[in-house]
Design a protein around this ligand. Structure first.
Ligand SMILES: C[S@@+](CC[C@H](N)C(=O)[O-])C[C@H]1O[C@@H](n2cnc3c(N)ncnc32)[C@H](O)[C@@H]1O
Length: 242
């Protein structure tokens, strides 16, 4: 691996604002991403291992955390690392194609949803309508800031759709909070916050018991600072979403 590979070249998804087109259904757009990840699985890794390592690599890159990144990639060959990078390129292509988040679709396509945790993400069409209904009464006359939380965020798509409405609304600024009991889902939400330019916090936390295990602060506005910072254990709230 080249020494600089840990630096992420992730760019915010370049979606068109005010798009009235219906979001996609099905999984065809993420098939090329899955094929790249399968190339690595075929060398003897489980689907979960490859997918979760790939998400970790992206998060460590965005935090400029070289040590964390190196630990994750240690077991992979240079060829595998290139394939991971190609998979990420395909993910960015598919998000630009469908104009919304796609990592949740990939998670479902790879069969990683847990029935026990009810991990079947809201279809994009429904998530978009929910966000529109929720935010239909935004007062745009005076400058305002809204806080929006999803206490069982999955890949964070409800917040991604909400952010799009807010980003299209003059005078309104959004701060977003996601949390999920599943660590991988929390990480997918954090990655999507960066890819779609959201500011706020993401927690790996149990919303029913109020236990908080880990957290990330996402600052999408300052291009000179890491876009994600891991919240130290001492800074984690006792309970976040009331
Ligand atoms: C049906 S999915 C919905 C995801 C997302 N809100 C959406 O609209 O696509 C439910 C999510 O709740 C999470 N979950 C289940 N029990 C939870 C708990 N006690 N605390 C936090 N998250 C939980 C699951 O891991 C799963 O990601």
């Amino acid at each position: 691996m080249s020494e600089n590979n840990y630096k992420s070249d992730a760019q915010p998804c370049n979606y068109e604002t005010n798009s009235e087109e219906l979001p996609p259904t099905g999984y065809r757009h993420v098939q090329p991403v899955a094929e790249h990840l399968e190339e690595i699985q075929n060398k003897g890794y489980s689907t979960y291992e490859v997918f979760s390592d790939w998400v970790d690599m992206q998060l460590y890159s965005l935090q400029a955390n070289e040590k964390g990144y190196s630990e994750v990639i240690d077991k992979y060959s240079d060829e595998d690392i290139n394939t991971f990078a190609q998979a990420f390129g395909e993910l960015q292509f598919s998000m630009n194609q469908i104009q919304t988040e796609a990592i949740g679709d990939l998670y479902e396509l790879l069969g990683m949803s847990s029935d026990d945790l009810g991990q079947h993400f809201t279809p994009h069409t429904v998530a978009k309508s929910m966000a529109q209904m929720q935010l239909s009464s935004l007062n745009t006359k005076k400058k305002d800031s809204v806080r929006i939380a999803d206490p069982a965020s999955g890949s964070g798509r409800f917040l991604i759709w909400s952010a799009r409405i807010i980003q299209d609304t003059k005078n309104v600024e959004g701060v977003f909070f996601a949390q999920d009991k599943d660590s991988l889902c929390a990480k997918m939400s954090a990655l999507n916050f960066v890819l779609f330019g959201l500011n706020g916090d993401v927690y790996h936390a149990d919303t029913l018991t109020n236990e908080v295990f880990a957290g990330w602060r996402i600052n999408s506005d300052d291009e000179n600072a890491p876009r994600i910072t891991e919240i130290p254990e001492s800074g984690l709230p006792e309970s976040h979403i009331e």
